[in-house]
Design a protein around this ligand. Structure first.
Ligand code: NAD
Ligand code: TYD
Length: 351
């Protein structure tokens, strides 16, 4: 049966990989990508698939109640994969309200539209909410985040995502809305906006600019290649149990400073620079306020119950990522002009 799927935030980093996967893999589905095109949204991310007959783009804000309800009424979506969000911790520290608006109010707006239009057609519908492991807070050097770990968000970003997760579960519990949630670790790969650690560092190394490492670089993140996240979303959307939560992770923990040294080695080789050249750009800067020490995901539920596992080793993933950024100079130049340069100066020049 033909399905119509709404993907929100499909012009962003992870969303663009999910949209591409769905448009190519499911020619019988109609994929509607709804995105406000904030600084993080970029239709260039989808130029290889945007002429496909099963794809449609709609520029809209998930906070715009009237438009969202009208779209649910018009398209009678069978499923929603909700990725649209403000996603950067540093921006949430300077402007928390933008995160409350999009991540909390925008998510509730979508839930209300699904509840009103889907009514009691619960067997045929699914609202999939894409979330982050940051809702669980910060770990010390031992242990992992499980689906049962109590929420303990520490940044305005993670607090807004935690709040949205709670609303999604509340709509399931109260109104029986068919939902599923996943909480994923840090993603890396092509098309990530260069405010995040890996693409920011690649861009700075390329331009011989300092690589800003917060604090002592001892914070630990669990990195997953973005296409593996998109594959996990596909598996959960089709095989996940309604009402459940699935953790997604790379089982791939790196201390920031070790990751940066690794990236410097790869960049030296790719740019034919003598070994050690890029590492000289490492600059320790003032730490992020409330900086979470460590994230580490236990994804055994997803692996055992739904058969997903990460496909790429980090060494291969990071090379592919560097290759992509070096081959897509114009993409990088386009996104670092304008708004980004103002953000960069505010964030780093006065640190
Ligand atoms: P991103 O910032 O690259 O993209 C977000 C997209 O949402 C952009 O295209 C933007 O234009 C759109 N958007 C923002 N506000 C909107 C609004 N009000 N209405 C409609 N569209 C809007 O983010 P990302 O890194 O691709 O993350 C996508 C989702 O995955 C987010 O929900 C994030 O919390 C979650 N997540 C991200 C990571 C990660 O490492 N990046 C890890 C786990 C979970
Ligand atoms: P980031 O990519 O912003 O993701 P998140 O905060 O969601 O984990 O940051 C990854 C790690 O890198 C985090 O510990 C903060 C650190 N970091 C730096 O040291 N320097 C930077 O310029 C940035 C953006 C991040």
């Amino acid at each position: 049966m033909m399905k119509t799927i709404l993907i929100t935030g499909g012009a962003g980093f992870i969303g663009s990989h999910v949209v591409r996967l769905y448009v190519n893999k499911y020619p019988d589905y109609k994929i509607v990508n709804l995105d406000k095109l904030t600084y993080a949204g970029n239709l260039e991310n989808l130029k290889d698939i945007d002429k496909k007959p099963n794809y449609e783009f709609i520029k809209a804000d998930i906070c715009d109640t009237e438009t969202i309800f009208a779209l649910f009424q018009k398209y009678l979506f069978d499923g929603v994969i909700h990725l649209a969000a403000e996603s950067h911790v540093d921006r949430s520290i300077t402007d928390p309200m933008a995160f409350v608006k999009t991540n909390v109010i925008g998510t509730c707006n979508l839930l209300n539209a699904a509840k009103a239009i889907w009514k009691d057609q619960h067997d045929e519908k699914l609202f999939y909410h894409v979330s982050t492991d940051e809702v669980y807070g910060s770990l010390e050097h031992e242990g992992f985040f499980y689906e049962t770990t109590a929420y303990d968000p520490q940044s305005p970003y993670s607090a807004s995502k935690a709040s949205s997760d709670h609303f999604v579960r509340a709509y399931h519990n109260t109104y029986k809305l068919p939902i599923v949630i996943s909480n994923c670790s840090n993603n890396y790969g092509a098309n990530q906006f260069p405010e995040k650690l890996i693409p920011l560092s690649i861009n700075n190394i390329k331009n011989n600019k300092p690589i800003p490492v917060y604090g002592k670089g001892e914070n630990i993140r669990d990195w997953l290649y973005v296409e593996d996240h998109a594959a996990a979303i596909d598996v959960i959307f089709h095989k996940g149990k309604t009402g459940e939560t699935y953790n997604i992770g790379g089982n791939n923990e790196w201390k920031n400073i070790d990751l940066i040294y690794k990236l410097c080695d790869v960049m030296d080789k790719k740019l034919n620079r003598p070994a050690g050249t890029s590492a000289r750009l490492i600059t320790f800067v003032k730490d992020r306020a409330g900086h979470d020490l460590r994230y580490a995901i236990d994804s055994s539920k997803l692996q055992k119950e739904l058969g997903w596992s990460p496909s790429l080793q980090f060494e291969e993933g990071i090379e592919k990522t560097v290759d992509w950024y070096l081959a897509n100079e114009q993409w990088l130049m386009n996104v670092v002009s304008g708004e980004y340069s103002k953000y960069y100066d505010n964030q780093y020049l006065h640190r």
